[in-house]
Design a protein around this ligand. Structure first.
Ligand code: NAD
Length: 275
């Protein structure tokens, strides 16, 4: 595989480029993930709330790809937070995925109004100790949520999966994560199509210069910044396009111009006000 692996703080590693299935219709998921696996993706990012874990599982099972080559992430939904529900929610996700272990399990949102993410994290530590999941992490955690987990529990999350694209880079959270050995997974890496990133000259110009597409330039920027990414597309030709990013390099000036596009352009709900 052309995809580099990123070393995590727990000794495991993750393919830096994967395929995400947010908003992939459960009825189409098996076909779409099968396409992604045929294109070459080996890392799939799903979540219980996406409703498509079973379709992911079918595609994985039918692919013939060996389990150790695959990297599968799913996420605990907010209403399953708390010691009483985590273990059951985990088993049901694993069951739908048809797997006997998971590579990475994430707390999907901190949901601070519930004030259960620390307790939930302790349950995640137990899951990891049981060997049923190799790596554990969080999603949509800001620096102050990460700080609480670090202060009050024994295991530092392996990753924090946050909204991150050139218009919204969350520098404070990213710096905190780097300081503590937590790798950043950038969700919405292309701005979810909601940001007109592709027309910006800082992205369009290097695309033309390298004979690549603007989407490829944005993905390349993420990879060179060290982010783990899993852009989503239902279309096989775009899956292939998004995977074909290992034959060019953005130079320092091109990287800096894209980094300078930061404008706090969040497309999602603020993590402190989402339950
Ligand atoms: P994305 O930034 O990957 O954008 C996807 C959209 O970009 C597609 O629907 C398509 O419209 C467009 N696109 C894709 N490839 C393109 C190409 N080559 N050229 C032009 N347009 C293209 O957004 P996303 O799907 O939200 O994020 C990626 C993954 O991150 C998700 O599938 C999911 O796995 C994860 N995610 C996690 C959270 C979270 O809360 N943890 C939230 C959202 C997404």
């Amino acid at each position: 595989s052309p995809v580099p692996r990123i070393q995590l703080n727990d000794g495991h590693s993750i393919p830096q480029l994967g395929f995400g299935v947010f908003k992939v219709d459960p009825k189409e998921t098996e076909r779409i993930v099968t396409d992604a696996l045929e294109v070459g993706y080996r890392h799939i990012d799903t979540a219980r709330i996406y409703g498509n874990e079973a379709g992911v599982g079918k595609a994985l099972a039918d692919s013939g790809v060996r389990r150790e080559e695959l990297f599968v992430t799913t996420k605990l939904w907010n209403d399953d937070q708390g010691t009483d529900s985590v273990f059951d929610a985990f088993e049901r996700s694993l069951d739908r995925l048809g797997l006997d272990y998971l590579d990475l399990y994430l707390i999907h949102w901190p949901a601070p109004a519930q004030d259960r993410y620390v307790e939930t994290w302790r349950a995640f530590e137990q899951l990891r100790d049981s060997g049923r999941v190799r790596s554990i992490g969080v999603s949509n955690f800001l620096a102050h949520h990460l700080q609480r987990v670090i202060d009050e529990t024994d295991v530092v999350p392996a990753v924090d999966q946050i909204e991150l694209h050139p218009a919204h880079q969350q520098p404070a959270t990213a710096a905190f994560a780097a300081e503590h050995g937590i790798r950043i997974e950038a969700w919405g890496p292309l701005g979810q199509g909601k940001y007109p990133l592709f027309d910006l000259p800082e992205i369009a110009a290097p695309a033309a210069a390298h004979d690549k597409t603007p989407a490829q330039v944005v993905i390349r920027w993420h990879l060179q910044r060290g982010h783990i990414v899993f852009p989503k597309s239902n279309r096989r030709e775009r899956m292939a396009e998004n995977f074909d990013v290992f034959d060019f390099t953005l130079d320092e000036a091109e990287m800096q111009a894209i980094t300078d596009l930061e404008r706090e352009g969040r497309v999602s709900t603020h993590p402190d006000s989402f339950d």
